[in-house]
Design a protein around this ligand. Sequence first.
Ligand SMILES: [Zn+2]
Length: 476
Amino acid sequence: MPLFGPPNIAQLEAKRDTQGLIKALGFKDAAIRMAAADALAPLKDPMAVEPLVGLLGDEHPGVRRAAVAALSARGGFRVVEPLVSALEDRDPEVRATARTAVYRRLMTDPDQDARRAATAALGRIRAGDAVETLIKATIDADEGVRVAAIKSLEAIGDVQAVVPLIIVLAHEQIRQRSTGRSSLAVERAASRALDTLCVAGAIGPLQSALGHDEADVRDIAARRLSRVGSAEVAGSLAAALHDKDPGVRRSAARGLAEIGWQPPANLTGAQYWVALREWRRCAESGSAAIPLLLAAYDGVDAPERADIVAALVRLHWKPEAANATAAHYWAAQGHWDKCIEIGEPAVEALESILRAAPRWRDRVAAAATLATLNRPVSAPFARLDLVQRALAILDGEGTGDEKRGLLEALLTDEHQLHADANESVEWCACGYPASKVGNDELREPLADLLGFEQSSSSVTTYYCPSCDTRRETVAT
Ligand SMILES: [Zn+2]
């Protein structure tokens, strides 16, 4: 046996002689270096890491491949950067071994720091063929890995990542709803990545996400699709108006509104206006809107119900039952007698008119109808009887002077005006009494004869119930 012969790798391996094997990594014969690297792989000795990293610059590709394999077997944070740099080796077999090492071995390394570093490195070198691996990492157990995977997918810029990123975001939303917890870091990263990736080239993946099982995914897809803003997306968004989830329908409608889409006069158009809760405009969609309006009726508040009825009236729909819908229908058209026939179910419709009808004469009529139904109200009129009598005089026969005389007599009888105090009436342009002016020249609204609105706890605004003019704003 020669004194300085080649090292016996088999013997060193059998003795688990790490030192001897590390020394053999520097031997002049490439076959020995390769065999030593192979033999070191299963030993996973930390001492071997630096010498093996040194071999990644070896002139012989087989040696470099063996070093990659040995570092891969070792795993952990320290081997990440060397193995990632081997992804760009000039030899295809070395690169293939490095890909397996990084994509399979490191991305499933038990050490989360190794997984994080590998995930981030793939984005940094924009490894185009790492997209699938990175998509898997978006559901890693470690939040840092998930965030790094999302950022790397953003950096690589492949639209193949769009749907998986939408699913990540949707699942965070679902988790937030069901447990009250979600990862803000993951949500932010996914949103930002989608901002970057959702360009014209992403229309295809976004359209496919509109067919996903989960409503949250479809909803995000609809929102993202509308932000792409091309006319190409209108058809998909219009189809999403028929989605079974109301949130998706709303997002689709908002998206269509943003891109200036013109709703057609059919069921799709009706779905569009319903999704936007633009009830009155549903009438533009024709009779297809009627069942949608009736279905929506029970789930909305009183002012919206009035809008639904206004649309139904325009669509020449007629109520069949004497219920609340019918009361809204008749009240919207001033058929107060029909409301009295309906009775109790009409109260809600009448109260909503009393609160919010744009014409004060409708509010007067609604208040009178409620009184007939034994539901007298104290607002927005302090003295409904006086208002009604004054309006009757104004609407009756006679000249302007005659009406003023009759109104002054009524005001005096009702102690609204004190003739002996030399008070005079100031009239609304329509001829209705508005305020009184005394000797002291101070003007005071005839509050009992006007309609009022309490805009805050200390401010009351008065309106002429005949012509709707705002008469006074009074701080009390
Ligand atoms: Zn007036």
